[in-house]
Design a protein around this ligand. Structure first.
Ligand SMILES: [Zn+2]
Length: 166
């Protein structure tokens, strides 16, 4: 039996979804709690489940060091950890996750325009007051998102399905 969690915040929720195994959901929450007050961060592995790439299945994740100088307010992957993952796991890399220790799970301007935003799937874990997730898909991964267009054309909020452990 799958549990559906509705998204919060201003990104339109359409028909897409991301499915995450329950054990991974719990371990991402735990690592984000452990790393607080710093933002926890990492990458997601998996694949799109449909041709329109609006449904995604996450099959794995890697926790990465937050190398940002102000790591309580933003995240930055450490190139020493990040580059080998890109090189080795390029075909499985589908997205990122990071936590917001003291704010809602709604993405910041920086989240929406970061260098990582070219990946299709993004999860934000708010710890306020206890772990809750917001997920969104990047619909136009090749565009520069720092200027121009209405956000609703770039991003699609995703329903989050927590699947029982396979
Ligand atoms: Zn953020």
């Amino acid at each position: 039996m799958e549990e559906t969690r509705q998204n919060q915040g201003g990104i339109p929720l359409k028909t897409g979804s991301v499915t995450v195994p329950s054990a991974m959901y719990e371990s991402i929450n735990q690592i984000c709690i452990t790393r607080s007050p710093e933002e926890g961060c990492g990458v997601l592995f998996g694949y799109p489940t449909d041709a329109e790439a609006s449904e995604f299945t996450v099959t794995g994740c890697a926790f990465l060091k937050n190398a940002a100088s102000d790591s309580c307010r933003r995240f930055q992957f450490d190139p020493v950890e990040w580059v080998p993952i890109v090189m080795n796991e390029r075909h499985r890399l589908i997205g990122t996750f990071h936590s917001h220790p003291v704010t809602s799970a709604f993405p910041s301007e920086e989240d929406l325009s970061s260098e990582w935003s070219c990946l299709p799937v993004h999860v934000i874990v708010s710890l306020l007051p206890s772990p809750n997730w917001f997920a969104y898909a990047n619909l136009q991964p090749n565009k520069n998102h720092s200027t121009g267009f209405p956000r609703s054309e770039w991003f699609n909020g995703l329903n989050i399905h927590i699947s029982p452990q396979a």
